[in-house]
Each structure stands twice: as structure tokens, then as C-alpha cells.
Write a protein that binds this ligand. Sequence first.
Ligand code: SAH
Length: 246
Amino acid sequence: MSQVQKSWKASVLTLYPEMFPGSLGHSLAGKALEAGKWALETLDIRAFSSHKHRAVDDTSAGGGPGMVLRADVVAAAIDGARRQGDARPAIYLSPRGRPLTQARVTELAGGEGVILLCGRFEGVDERVIEARALEEVSLGDFVLSGGEPAAMALLDACVRLLPGVMGAESSALEESFTSGLLEYPHYTRPRVWEGKEIPEVLLSGDHGKVAAWRREKAEAITRERRPDLWSTYRRDQQKGQSHESD
Ligand code: SAH
């Protein structure tokens, strides 16, 4: 019997399903979606409410401004997205989450897909985060008005890594973060623009010299802009060297 390859599947739980596919319907992700290299399902959280007027939120216990998404409604939506034997992680996009990294993106792209919960208002009732073992993932140290743009960013980052999605597969290996360094600068024609020349070495045709120049620049940029990444990179390099001499 021929094994049908199941495509990587994203289920997005949102109060604004009409926001999707949004940017994911264009360019690389959009073409891959059309070609069936991944699948996108949006579930309207409101459809899972059994309350009057399909209410999804209520006031925050203890007082204070803002509304909170109800645990029962969110749980019903998550359970509605899960099929039997579904091994996909359920992720709540949240400013309190662990910041998203290329390493986590690579892991997620290597799995079966993701279930993404987009919060709104003040967020969701804490009990559903615990009860459904939601992984909290943040896009960065800033506050969005809703999880949707964060879900789109996470999906965009995953989808471009799926087999057959990116044209030049090797570009994923060289770019920022994959090597632990920020990427070196790029240039293209014209050779001189506003009096600025493309660095001579890049036109030399000497692949060894080009590679050395790029590494030097990548290291300098990382050291200057991201001391956090730089110290991890240096530590890993030193570890690598000590293994070589073992
Ligand atoms: N009161 C919350 C913020 C809620 S913002 C707090 O101070 O932590 C509303 C929703 O936007 C959140 O539920 C979450 O889904 C989304 N969101 C906001 N900032 C985000 C970020 N940096 N990363 C991922 N999702 C975010």
C-alpha cells in the first residue's frame, strides 16, 4: 500500500478567523499552501461558546480593567482542533512565553504541525494553560493587541523550512541564527551606487577568501549587536575545540 505523505498542518484558534491566511496566502508560504505542502485550518473560538450571545470572555477575577478569555470556551476550541492521535504541540502565543528561536522553529517544522491559540483582551484564564499543557511562546518583549500577528510570524518561519518550500535549500543553512551568528552583509548590482563600491573581495571569484570575509563580518556584526549570541557562539566554539583535542 502506498503511504500518503501527511502534510504539515496548522490549526489556528482565533476570534478573527478572517485575518487568515493573510500574509501567509502570499509569496513563498502562499505558494506552498496552494501546492499542499502545508495545510491551514482556522477555528473561530466563538463557535465553541455555549453561552448566551456566544460570549467568550468575562471580567478578571480580583478586579481591574480588561476582559479574560474563558477557560471552558478555549478548552472546547483546543479539544475541537485535536484529532485522535494528534501529536502536535498546542502553543499559546503570549508575551509571557519563552521567546521564539530558530532552534524551536526548526523543531516545530520537523514535526506534524502546530495548534496555535491567539489570545485577545488581557489574555486567557490561567487554568486552561495548565489543563491543556499549553506551551507559551513569545514573539519578543513587546505587547501586541492579539496573538494573530505572532501566529503568522511563527507559521511563516516554520513553513519556509518545510521540504520543497524554499528555492535555494542551502540558504537556510547560511542565514542568521542557524550558525549562531547574525548574517554577513549582502550586495548586488550596480557595482557602484551613490559612490559606494561593493567590497572588492566579493568580486574576486576566490571562494575561500569570500568565505573568510563573510565569516569575519558575521562575527563582527554579532559581537557588536548581540553580545548574548556572541558569548554563546564563543562558548560553543571553545567546547568544539576542546572536543577536537580530546
Ligand atoms: N495582559 C497581557 C497582554 C495581553 S495582549 C500581558 O500583559 O501579558 C493580548 C494577546 O496578544 C495575548 O493574549 C497574546 O495572545 C497576544 N500577544 C501580545 N503580545 C505578544 C507577544 N509579544 N508574543 C506573542 N503573543 C502576544
